[in-house]
Design a protein around this ligand. Structure first.
Ligand code: ADP
Ligand code: MG
Length: 483
């Protein structure tokens, strides 16, 4: 990103600083935290460094920035301050000089593509040079496309049952030179890989057929650009920009919902492109038919191609993702820890990645190996947030189903083994999987005393040790409840 009046960075200086950092902090920390840093400018004694994620910015600021400043100051006394900015790792697919025209609103809060925390080591995937990916002679204005994340490619996408269909559809669109399904509509919950797949499609098309112009942007940005064009009475050139596109990808189209004028414009752009045989790829957090605020015409148009959904992850997929990410980070994470994470962090892949990053960062910087205890300690906040989502009602229901008894028996006075044992299991699981207190658990089970709950917990712990079949039951239930 270039700005008019900045002083250039002396690359040799920066290289020497990096060499020192490597000596001081060691190879692996260096690789994770220093190599992704790009020194972007020096002005008025202030060096600006850019890093790919917010997490990295925060981490480097607290752990390395002062050392970088001191070392650099030793090289060049005019350097007095270091600032970090989140930017790189995302490669701009349009022109390198996109900054000046970017609206402040969009730069400060990129609507979708900014992952909260991502494993730093992922940046070892070679960043593709801008020149290779920039559409030649693209007439597109700087406003219209968003940067692509080099790490969001097909190779880095772990495929499992929940996402294999969406993956296959994305692959197909990316690999066929002609328009295949039009539009391809990807949908699924937050953090399940929609943006990742869209970027992967864009990368692949760029690589296979560089002459095709791909534009990727969020629906919010689309709206924003359109509204701005309206205000500047420049909708004609806005439309022109889209006409020249071969592949139009719009992420999170649910944001278009309810905005009539933008919807209308989107609809026309959409139709014009489809009529010209251009490929369109869209994503949303809901299926087209559930996008309530979108007009009927547009909705049926959205559903007219191939609709592919990303299902919530399974334990196996989560484990696979953890394996892959740990490998990319170049760290060995004990199987137990991975399984624990895959059990506990079930909401979405982004959180799972964030958890792993935190563990790895800790291990690399503080030293020591990763154990279950450290994991639990380091991720306390995350784990607690997850606990709260699982209710005792849910536990009672699942356990009752599993043992084929009635849910009402969870709180009934019946004492026969056939109902008492499942009830104890449910109490035990409530203790293990929620943050409810013993008296609270007792109350939820027909107003029983907390000592009854303690007894149940002990009993189940004992049985699990003695009876492998029973232990498997409990294990299975635990997994099911946590996924
Ligand atoms: P969405 O757009 O659906 O909210 P993202 O595509 O931003 O989700 O994914 C969130 C994070 O999880 C990203 O860092 C992405 O790389 C990662 N991710 C999601 N699914 C997978 C997968 N199957 N394999 C590898 N990484 C994944
Ligand atoms: Mg997304």
């Amino acid at each position: 990103m270039k700005r008019g009046n900045e002083a250039a960075i002396d690359q040799a200086e920066w290289d020497r600083v990096k060499t020192r950092l490597k000596q001081e902090f060691g190879d692996s920390a260096y690789k994770s935290w220093v190599t992704p840093i790009v020194a972007t400018s020096l002005r008025d004694g202030e060096v600006e460094l850019s890093v790919p994620t917010r997490f990295m910015r925060d981490w480097i600021t607290t752990h390395y920035a002062e050392r970088i400043r001191a070392l650099w100051n030793g090289e060049n006394p005019s350097v007095r301050k270091i600032t970090l900015r989140v930017d790189s790792g995302k490669i701009d697919v349009t022109k390198p000089d996109t900054v000046k025209a970017e609206a402040p609103k969009m730069t400060s809060a990129p609507p979708v593509a900014a992952p909260a925390a991502r494993p730093a080591g992922l940046s070892r995937v070679p960043a593709r040079p801008v020149a290779e990916t920039a559409p030649q002679g693209s007439p597109l204005g700087p406003d219209l496309s968003a940067p692509l994340d080099a790490r969001y490619n097909f190779e880095n996408f772990v495929v499992g049952k929940p996402n294999e269909f969406a993956y296959a559809a994305a692959k197909r669109v990316a690999e066929s030179d002609q328009v295949s399904f039009n539009p391809l509509f990807l949908y699924g919950g937050v953090g399940l890989g929609k943006t990742h797949l869209m970027h992967a499609i864009a990368w692949e098309i760029r690589q296979r057929t560089p002459h095709r112009r791909v534009i990727y942007l969020s629906a919010e940005k689309f709206m924003y650009s359109f509204v701005r064009a309206l205000r500047n009475q420049d909708t004609v050139s806005f439309k022109e920009q889209f006409r020249s596109v071969d592949v139009l990808m719009i992420d999170d189209v649910q944001f278009i919902a309810g905005k009539d004028a933008t919807q209308e414009e989107f609809f026309h752009t959409f139709n014009a492109l489809v009529d010209q045989g251009r490929q369109i790829v869209l994503s949303a957090d809901k299926s087209p038919s559930s996008l309530e605020e979108i007009g009927d015409r547009l909705r049926s148009r959205l559903a007219s191609g191939l609709v592919a959904d990303l299902h919530p992850t399974t334990f196996e997929l989560r484990l696979g993702i953890l394996d892959a990410k740990a490998e990319q980070l170049g760290v060995v994470v004990p199987q137990k820890v991975k399984e624990f994470l895959a059990h506990k962090i079930t909401s979405n892949v982004r959180e799972l990645e964030g958890a792993l990053t935190r563990l790895v960062a800790h291990a690399q910087l503080v030293g020591g190996s990763l154990s279950l205890e450290t994991t639990q300690e380091l991720l306390q906040d995350l784990l607690r947030a997850h606990d709260r989502r699982l209710t005792m009602e849910e536990i009672q229901k699942r356990v009752a189903e599993h043992f084929k008894i009635r849910v009402s028996d969870m709180s009934s006075a019946r004492r026969s083994r056939a109902v008492a044992r499942p009830r104890q299991v449910a109490m035990y699981l409530s203790k293990q999987l929620t943050s409810r207190s013993l008296p609270e658990i007792g109350r939820a089970f027909g107003g029983r005393d907390h000592t009854t709950v303690i007894h149940a917990v002990r009993k189940i712990e004992e049985l699990v040790k003695l009876d492998t079949a029973f232990a498997e039951d409990v294990e299975l239930l635990t997994r099911m409840l946590e996924s």
